[in-house]
Design a binder for this molecule. Structure first.
Ligand SMILES: [Zn+2]
Length: 265
């Protein structure tokens, strides 16, 4: 299948190619990832996500497509609803900083495919320069995030942008022969927008790529139906499809693992 900007996000494209977001979906919950691939389940569009999406679309030159896909963020007169006014402020702030803005450019949103660990991958990179890969992120703030299983981590680790960088870098390396540094250009949605350019260290990218290479063939096999997708028991998809058949045990209420008490409807 040949990917275009029109079919990039189609179910057909998701079936034919793995992507960073698909990989993250499998990491979170295999059952939910499979339901997304079957077109039965979509992760929710929230206001904070749409603000980031609007800013992304603006700099990718895809605002018209974004407006068409998300009509709910505009008033009848075509103006951005007040909840989303922050998006315009962030865009204005970004354009005011020459250094930050210099990371925008190169090839914008090129679609690139390659093969990682025997599995076809697709990616669409925000800004692919001759000497670097840049991804724009609009964040709540830059504060570290506490994860129950990992403790305090920075926002790049918490949202797995390091995994994204590792996959992008490998896909670009296979296409161009160059292993380019990966930068996050981050802007915050705080009352006063903060900006930062952060390079993800190469050893972090190498580690993430190696770890991903080990689980990608398994997810590809789940996609093909060779292995049954496991339910995490905690995500929105699992909650919405769980079927009770027994009271929950008292002890389990504390450990946040409800996966054994449910079966698929
Ligand atoms: Zn789940």
């Amino acid at each position: 299948m040949t990917l275009t900007h029109e079919n990039y996000y189609s179910l057909e494209a998701s079936a034919a190619y793995m992507s960073v977001s698909q990989l993250k979906a499998f990491d979170e919950c295999e059952a939910a990832a499979m339901a997304q691939l079957r077109g039965e389940y979509k992760s929710m569009k929230t206001t904070p996500l749409l603000v980031g999406g609007y800013v992304d679309a603006f700099f990718a030159g895809e605002l018209d497509e974004f407006k068409e896909a998300n009509p709910e963020i505009f008033c009848k007169n075509g103006k951005l609803r007040s909840d989303y006014a922050k998006a315009d402020e962030i865009i204005e702030r970004i354009q005011r900083d020459d250094y930050f803005y210099s990371f925008f450019g190169g090839e914008i949103q090129p679609i690139i495919t390659s093969n990682i660990a025997g599995v076809d991958f697709k990616c669409k990179i925000d800004f692919l320069h001759d000497d670097k890969i840049v991804d724009l992120k609009v964040m709540r703030d830059f504060a570290p995030i506490y994860l129950p299983n990992r403790g305090r981590v920075n926002f790049i680790e918490a949202w797995h942008y390091d995994l994204q960088g590792a996959i992008y870098q490998e896909i670009v390396r296979q296409k161009t022969g160059k292993k380019l540094p990966f930068y996050i250009a981050a802007a915050t949605k705080e009352e006063v927008t903060d900006l930062a350019i952060i390079q993800v260290p190469q050893e972090v990218l190498d580690f993430e790529l190696e770890a991903a290479t080990e689980r990608i063939p398994y997810y590809a096999a789940v996609k093909k139906g060779v292995f049954e997708a496991e339910r995490c028991g905690n995500c929105n998809y699992c909650k919405s499809t769980k079927k009770l058949n027994a009271p929950m045990s008292w002890d389990k209420l504390c450990n946040n693992d409800f996966s054994e008490d449910i079966e698929e409807r």
